[in-house]
Design a protein around this ligand. Structure first.
Ligand code: CAA
Length: 703
């Protein structure tokens, strides 16, 4: 027997322990070892029942995701066939679940005749999150066990259920208290089954999983989610697989599931989502930061500034159970900030996302103050005041004076030089950028900006804290705008300029949303505020002075007080939340184009796509070359989690790889020639992109 399985006999019961750290992913070697152990137990006359369990912290996290997209994913024994064999066992098999049973891990448990779980176990089928569907019987066995409606919800939400929920659903047979020996409990259970001459397999609880559901159930379910699923393959095919479970025999359903599974497995969307899964984990591995570094304790946080951003940051920590002190200069501003936080929580209560008790518990974790002395002993301070270097530096001077040694001092700047802020303190090693995205209590992304002198310990502590508060952290070096906002500049530049050249805002945004972006860039500027964009440009007029023509329209909107959604007009008109095309904006672009000598013409959707996307990608490649981003996957994470880039396209860098780097380079060179002086000025291919294409590389990496 291989070391991947711990095989032992306890009397008549064979104990089969999956032993492939860290999470018992069911790659080919483990599948082969499990098949061998299973056959050994079945062939052993002394063995009357089997228990399958997981060594370490998981029962199993499912199939080995790294195998997908390669022949290894279906190499013998493939998981579906192995589990069908398990499900036909002539001897009772008990799955003993401690930790997680996810994806193929839960499907393994479903193929066992009986299941028990510890109170802290979690069970789920998260495959659709990585563009797959449960492909080892999950879409067929789960509906037969808990009914089609509950099964569909688990499969399409991808959310795990707790062991007690699993018990209520009938997904497990018994609950084992945490602290009790789950293996001993499973062995006892197996003995009881033998004593009672229980069958190796029971009849399914639902012979018709759709029993009691309306005939239009599946259509209605899909129709209600059509917007959320737009453009995505996995949820649609997962639903089809569950529908198949309600339409024929188990064998027929399993065969249909296999066909659908292979379709999603070979899709570009799943490749993109799997790329994102691994990128998220890679992003936490930072050069120069050892895994074993001792972290600083962070038990109390302070946030400076009770505006929208500061309030959202405070909520982020309170939501994770971490006490926060919120500091403002004036009582009124503080009261307004605290009231706004309460209102936010109240609206969560109204939507049924939070109980009143939870609201009060979270509010109790947030304390307001007007005194810096009250934050002298906190472990982390996050400054979220107005985006001005002078103001931020003055806050940091004060923090340096009042805060205890060992505190982490963070700035929430979205563009400014973290090193210049750190330089006003006597402890630049303790200073870091923590760039939250608005609303900070909701948005997943946290750009962690590593200053020139930020210590490895401070970096490691903040990355750990990001996980505690359920954020996706990406480390960026210092430059204007860091990874996200620096890339936004050329992307937005093309959008603005295309409107001057003849496209309408709705056409530009339409191309981007059609691609899958949550929002077009011009709508995004309307949402963020045309005035905010103007102020950012004002602080950078020098850098863009050589050609600021492309922002003339936005400057004009600013001059007219059309600040976007908040004033009801910007690139669009707004009636309530409805966005309406504004023909005055088109007329204004015509006048401006005339003044600037820009010839207006019909712009194709392809041109909009290529100019916006290729410039975005080009800047990302340049950031990688400069070392601002450590990996191209980091850039993808920033754009997926902070800027609404569709996860199923894998982020801009992955998307570029899918399109082909030579196509991107050729597009940039084409527009460099075609767009005259403007093209010569802005369409400069990143040297790394040129090197990668010359070297026939298909992946974006340093060279
Ligand atoms: N395959 C391959 N590697 C996996 C994996 C999997 N299913 N699950 C986790 N890992 C790896 C991670 O990449 C990570 O590796 P590194 O340490 O090298 O970075 C390591 O295991 C630990 O993972 P986390 O850092 O995520 O640890 P965690 O404790 O925070 O979370 C977890 C553990 C909840 C299991 C989380 O890793 C997770 O959600 N994993 C994915 C679960 C999943 O999607 N399963 C479905 C697989 S597809 C399938 O099963 C198809 C099918 O129907 C047959």
């Amino acid at each position: 027997m291989t070391t991947l399985i711990d095989y032992r006999l306890d009397g008549q019961v064979a104990l089969i322990g999956l032993d492939r750290p860290p999470v018992n992913a069911l790659g080919q070697p483990l599948r082969a070892a499990l098949a061998e152990a299973f056959e050994q137990a079945i062939g052993d006359a002394q063995v009357c029942a089997l228990v399958i369990y997981g060594q370490g912290r998981a029962f199993s996290a499912g199939a080995d995701i790294s195998e997908f997209g390669s022949p290894a994913a279906f190499a013998t024994p493939d998981l579906a066939s192995l589990l069908s064999r398990l499900a036909d066992s002539p001897k009772p098999v008990v799955a003993a679940i401690a930790g997680v049973a996810l994806g193929g891990g839960l499907e393994t448990a479903l193929a066992c005749g009986y299941r028990i779980g510890t109170a802290s176990a979690t069970l789920g089928l998260p495959e659709t999150r990585i563009g797959l569907l449960p492909g080892a019987g999950g879409t067929q066995r789960l509906p037969r066990l808990i009914g089609a409606e509950a099964a569909l919800e688990m499969i399409l939400s991808g959310e795990s259920v707790s062991a007690s929920q699993a018990l209520a659903l009938g997904l497990i047979d018994r609950l084992v208290a945490d602290g009790d020996d789950v293996l001993a409990a499973a062995t006892d259970f197996a003995r009881t089954l033998l004593d009672e001459s229980a069958p190796a397999q029971r009849a399914w609880r639902y012979s018709d999983p759709a029993q009691g559901l309306p005939a239009s159930f599946f259509e209605d379910y899909a129709a209600a989610r059509s917007r959320r699923w737009k453009g995505q393959l996995a949820p649609v095919l997962a639903l089809e697989a569950v529908r198949a479970a309600c339409a024929g025999s188990l064998e027929e359903g399993l065969a249909r599931e296999q066909v659908l599974f292979k379709q999603v497995e070979s899709s570009a969307q799943s490749a993109a989502l799997r790329h994102q899964f691994f990128a998220q984990r890679e992003a936490l591995k930072i050069s120069g930061v050892s895994k074993d570094i001792a972290l600083r304790p962070v038990d109390h946080v302070a946030v400076i500034g009770a505006g929208t951003m500061g309030g959202g940051i405070a909520m982020n920590f309170a939501n994770a159970g971490i006490p926060v002190t919120l500091l403002e200069l004036k009582g009124e501003a503080l009261d307004r900030g605290l009231m706004h936080i309460r209102k936010n929580y109240e609206s969560s209560v109204k939507r049924g996302k939070l109980t009143v008790q939870q609201l009060e518990a979270r509010m109790a974790l947030i304390t307001g103050t007007l005194e810096y002395a009250d934050i002298a002993n906190v472990d982390l301070v996050i400054e979220a005041v107005f985006e001005s270097l002078a103001i931020k530096q003055s806050v940091f001077c004060t923090l340096d004076k009042v805060c205890k040694a060992g505190v982490i001092l963070a700035t929430n700047t979205s563009t400014l030089d973290v090193d210049l802020i750190a330089a006003v303190t006597r402890r630049p090693q303790d200073v870091i950028g923590l760039h939250f995205f608005s609303p900070a209590n909701i948005m997943k992304l946290l750009e962690v900006v590593r200053g020139r002198e930020t210590s490895a310990q401070v970096l490691a502590t903040t990355l750990h804290l990001a996980r505690r508060t359920d954020k996706i952290a990406v480390v960026s070096g210092v430059c204007f705008g860091f990874i996200g906002n620096r890339m936004l500049e050329p992307y937005a530049r093309e959008a603005h300029r295309l409107v001057l050249e003849g496209a309408t805002p709705a056409q530009v945004d339409g191309v981007l949303t059609e691609l899958g972006l949550a929002m077009g860039v011009l709508s995004m500027y309307d949402l963020a505020g045309i005035d905010v964009g103007y102020l950012v440009r004002e602080s950078r007029r020098e850098a863009i002075a050589h050609d600021a023509s492309y922002f003339k329209l936005a400057d004009e909107l600013y001059a007219h007080g059309h600040y976007g959604q908040k004033t009801g007009r910007g690139f669009y008109r707004y009636e309530g939340r409805e966005r309406i095309e504004d023909y005055e904006v088109v007329a204004c672009s015509e006048v401006l184009a005339n003044e600037l000598g820009i010839a207006r013409r019909v712009i194709s959707n392809d041109e909009i796509h290529d100019r916006c996307l290729f410039m975005l990608i080009n800047e990302g490649v340049q950031l990688l070359d400069e070392g601002i981003a450590e990996r191209s996957g980091d850039i993808d994470l920033v754009w997926i989690n902070g800027y609404g880039f569709p996860a199923w396209l894998g982020g801009p860098m992955h998307y570029a790889e899918q399109m082909g780097l030579s196509r991107v380079l050729a597009g940039i060179e084409h527009y460099r020639e075609q767009l005259g002086d403007y093209g010569q000025m802005w369409f400069q291919a990143a040297p790394l992109l040129q090197r990668l294409v010359a070297a026939h590389q298909t992946r974006i990496q340093r060279l």
